[in-house]
Design a binder for this molecule. Structure first.
Ligand SMILES: CC(C)(COP(=O)(O)OP(=O)(O)OC[C@H]1O[C@@H](n2cnc3c(N)ncnc32)[C@H](O)[C@@H]1OP(=O)(O)O)[C@@H](O)C(=O)NCCC(=O)NCCS
Length: 170
């Protein structure tokens, strides 16, 4: 039987599933930075604060065969929109669910008169960047440049990004 995918607005009954998805988002960051302390003790609880954000225009969930399999949120401020977060449950990644969520958020942003829609993955999140690039995010806005002060964790930052003739670690 073919799987049934639906993208629908978030409802209060989805809170538990969305907290779990937030935890999975944190796990992805823990994995790529090899740092289990990212996100603190209860990363899922951050969803509660997120839900109260003043500029939150909406949250949509992806339902696969009746189960929440992903979510995406739209933050809006005038003509500017930002997709934050977008996350799909690990076992069903790579099946088009993230792309379907991005497509829905693009439509929602258009209906709200948003002119610039952005998404801000960490530079190390290659899979997410490939997914966003495929979905049409092909212009770069602000770049966050930073330096570590003091000792900091050794060997954490990988070499390999070059922009305007400058080498960066990421
Ligand atoms: C980023 C994310 C939301 C994409 O959702 P998804 O359902 O896996 O994405 P799709 O199936 O629509 O994939 C779109 C493309 O992204 C790339 N991609 C997605 N998952 C991938 C994976 N596991 N490995 C390699 N490439 C992958 C592929 O290019 C894929 O194209 P394909 O259809 O040819 O395979 C999902 O991987 C995820 O939840 N990641 C963890 C949380 C996260 O990093 N969120 C983004 C924070 S900014």
């Amino acid at each position: 039987m073919e799987s049934q995918l639906t993208i629908r607005p978030y409802e209060k009954r989805d809170r538990g599933a969305c907290r779990d998805l937030w935890r999975e988002l944190t796990e992805r960051h823990r994995e790529i930075y090899e740092d289990a302390s990212i996100g603190g003790e209860d990363p899922g609880a951050q969803f509660d604060a997120y839900e109260k954000r003043r500029n939150l225009a909406g949250i949509w969930v992806a339902e696969l065969d009746g189960q929440v399999a992903g979510m995406a949120g739209l933050l809006a401020e005038g003509e500017q929109g930002e997709i934050e977060p977008v996350v799909v449950r690990a076992p069903v990644r790579g099946r088009g669910i993230g792309s379907a969520l991005l497509q829905r958020l693009e439509n929602e942003a258009q209906q709200r008169g948003i002119q610039y829609l952005s998404v801000r993955p960490v530079a190390r999140n290659d899979r997410a960047m490939v997914c966003f690039h495929r979905a049409g995010f092909r212009q770069l806005g602000h770049i966050e440049m930073f330096r570590t002060l003091g000792e900091g964790p050794k060997g954490r930052w990988k070499p390999g990004v070059r922009l305007h003739g400058c080498d960066f670690r990421y």
